[in-house]
Write a protein of this length. Structure first.
Ligand code: ZN
Length: 215
């Protein structure tokens, strides 16, 4: 069998460091790197809709997303959701819709980061919305980010079935794009891989005690 290496740090995955390693057949990262992912597993009820947040966006995730999205290290795609892969099957009950990049961004990158995150786990992410103007969120001021609402549109020829909709995103910074997408798609619920600490703080009062079906 070919030797396998951690997709994040390159350590060999065939050495047994811990009891867990013995069962780690489907693992793409080493135990040390896995420990860097610190799930917060929080649910918020916002306008009568549940937002399931897996991680708090931190330095580790920021570096990893930079490698994945900006340095185009597409091989990293499976590492973000590996920890919850067993429960992801439940997403198949939904039409999973995502906020994908503008065509310009996708062409530049050569891949669609959000779609690739879910692909290793057999979840297809649909893209029924488009952004009319390629704005890079992090480079925008808060007021400008608010305007995203105005430029997110539904693709006219993109038909969805009657299945309930799950809206997914990788990083929630201000939440304005996701809120705009909720207006357009009316999803049953929202799943976010990582939310910015400021967003978590601002929505703290909306947190609810409930077990998520996604993890
Ligand atoms: Zn590693």
């Amino acid at each position: 069998m070919d030797e396998r290496f951690c997709l994040i740090c390159n350590a060999s995955l065939d050495e047994i460091h811990s009891f867990e390693d013995l069962y780690a057949k489907h693992r793409t990262i080493c135990t040390d790197c896995q420990k860097q992912f610190k799930p917060i597993r929080k649910i918020f009820r916002i306008q009568n809709r549940e937002w399931h947040i897996l991680y708090q966006y931190d330095d580790f995730l920021e570096r990893l997303f930079f490698r994945y999205k900006e340095q185009r290290d597409i091989l990293l795609a499976p590492v973000f959701l590996e920890r919850v892969q067993e429960r992801l099957k439940i997403m198949k009950q939904y039409q999973v819709c995502g906020l994908c990049s503008s065509d310009q961004h996708r062409l530049y990158r050569g891949f669609e980061p959000l779609i690739e995150l879910f692909k290793p786990y057999g979840i297809e992410v649909l893209s029924p919305l488009y952004k009319t103007n390629p704005v890079k969120q992090s480079a925008q001021s808060k007021t400008k980010r608010k305007q995203i609402q105005a430029i997110l549109k539904r693709k006219e020829l993109y038909s969805l079935s009657n299945k309930k909709i799950l809206l997914v995103d990788d990083v929630c910074t201000t939440g304005s794009s996701l809120e705009a997408a909720c207006q357009l798609l009316n999803p049953q619920c929202v799943f976010v891989l990582a939310a910015h600490p400021k967003w978590l703080q601002a929505h703290a009062s909306m947190g609810i005690e409930k077990k998520s079906s996604f993890w």
